[in-house]
Ligand binder design. Sequence first.
Ligand SMILES: [Zn+2]
Length: 173
Amino acid sequence: MRKLTREEKFMRVAIRAAKRGLKQGEVPIGAVVVYEDKVVSSGYNRRAKLQLASAHAEMMAIDRACKKFGSWRLPEGCELYVTLEPCPMCMGASLNARVDKVYFGAKEQKGRSLTSELAASNLLNHKTEVVSGVLEEECSALLTSFFVEMRKKQKEEKERQKKQDENFSQREI
Ligand SMILES: [Zn+2]
């Protein structure tokens, strides 16, 4: 097996975080903040558990990094690694926290994330460099298998429900 690059190594940590979410029934998305070649914080999607629209992996990781540094403005050179292309809220948070570089794995399929537009918009007088496709296959596979499994479960549940309804109507006859 070939050696992982630096970027891939950090993306692997984000993938591990995503898998922690998966175990809890969340859509598997993970993120880490890296500073001076060290992971300072990580987070995973917890939207279902917390029932919060803002409980995205990136928000969790950025909030934790800010807490660690005791500042909403992260030190120069901070990087964010996330397994899926960030949504506009998370790209906005990255800009607000002055993240310098965002690496993501899988691309948002609908292509409506505005990632590059936001990164280049110079909002808040800060530009963030974006690198896409880091361990893309691994990151995509994680999401795809989650959705396949979810649909399978939904189908099984529907069939179980149907059978139950049939049993009821037979009894009524
Ligand atoms: Zn997001």
